[in-house]
Design a binder for this molecule. Structure first.
Ligand SMILES: CC(C)(COP(=O)(O)OP(=O)(O)OC[C@H]1O[C@@H](n2cnc3c(N)ncnc32)[C@H](O)[C@@H]1OP(=O)(O)O)[C@@H](O)C(=O)NCCC(=O)NCCS
Length: 188
């Protein structure tokens, strides 16, 4: 896969670009929120070192084209409000998984759909992927609704697939094929 270090995506309200070390405090603010992390695959963060480690690891994986994680920034204020990712890239099968999170203070303003829509276009148009997948907790209504809004189809349920701390949870699997996507799905 190509290097992702210079990827920069623009939407009407957002800029998506790789995180830098200057974002560590803001990232910790987002990922330490228990409500934000309610359906995440790990526990809420507790220390700035976790943010620094993620950003430094991203730098290596972006350069290797292994994992694309982009910070989601408000274009007018420059604030970091979340992240959006393509991971588990499989070049042979031309598929990848999408991940996303928006800070709680910015929920329900259409930012997830706007950010993920840009990543979907990049994945299908620039990377020539064929299929995108998402693995979500079926109780995560905002995530499910956003994926449906983007044209993803719920394809199945895997029982008790995650154990985070004491909590066991199911996975709802969603898929989107390149020929199914509607470029204006997020504008409906
Ligand atoms: C899931 C998440 C990314 C949604 O982000 P968002 O920016 O609030 O989503 P949007 O504003 O783009 O909304 C997308 C759709 O979901 C709906 N929605 C959002 N949150 C919702 C909720 N809590 N319950 C029901 N519907 C919800 C919106 O109304 C919208 O649907 P509509 O266009 O029909 O009105 C956000 O809640 C989040 O970051 N949660 C924590 C991290 C997380 O769980 N990430 C996903 C892991 S799989």
């Amino acid at each position: 896969m190509q290097a992702f270090t210079n990827v920069r995506l623009l939407t009407a309200r957002l800029e998506l670009r790789p995180l830098s070390l200057g974002d560590a405090e803001h990232l910790l603010g987002i990922y330490s929120d228990p409500e934000f992390m309610r359906y995440w695959s790990s526990k809420p963060w507790t220390h700035i070192d976790q943010a620094i480690a993620l950003i430094e690891n991203d730098r290596r994986e972006l350069a290797a084209g292994e994992h694309l994680r982009l910070g989601v920034y408000l274009r007018d204020q420059g604030w970091l409000i979340g992240t959006c990712s393509l991971f588990n890239l499989n070049e042979g099968c031309r598929r990848a998984e999408v991940g996303y999170g928006i800070a709680r203070t910015h929920w329900r303003r259409g930012y997830m759909v706007e950010a993920v829509s840009a990543v979907i276009s990049f994945a299908f148009s620039e990377l020539r992927l064929h299929r995108l997948e998402a693995d979500i907790d079926p109780r995560n209504e905002g995530s499910a609704r956003g994926l449906e809004r983007l044209g993803f189809i719920r394809e199945g349920l895997l029982r008790e697939r995650w154990i985070v701390g004491e909590e066991v949870s199911d996975s709802a699997l969603y898929g989107l094929l390149d020929h199914e996507r509607s470029p204006a799905a997020h504008l409906r």
